[in-house]
Design a protein around this ligand. Sequence first.
Ligand SMILES: [Zn+2]
Ligand SMILES: [Zn+2]
Length: 121
Amino acid sequence: MKEYARTFYKGKKWRECSAAYMASKQYVCERCGGVAVICHHRRHITPANITDPNITYNWGNLEALCQDCHNKEHMQKNTKIIFDDAGQVEKVKDGAQVRDFKQACNHIDALLSKFDRVESP
Ligand SMILES: [Zn+2]
Ligand SMILES: [Zn+2]
């Protein structure tokens, strides 16, 4: 995470704001209906707008997303996925993004397995 964002996301005000927002959405991903784990800013946070409460704490600018949809949202800009004729991924540009994506997938797998343990009788 970028340094200017770290301070913001650790702040009490953001944690309260995002928790309230996520609860209002019942932790359901607004794009796919999965389990929302991230409170995303529709207009991404930048050093220029991070002090603007109308961006950072405005529910109209927030979106409850699952890890998958959040990855897609942030990968769009920097990552190009090239498919071959069979529809398989042939080439992915930008190795760093792919590593992050794989890490995120492992993370969600870990979360889901925990979930299974809690739910099963
Ligand atoms: Zn989703
Ligand atoms: Zn985001």
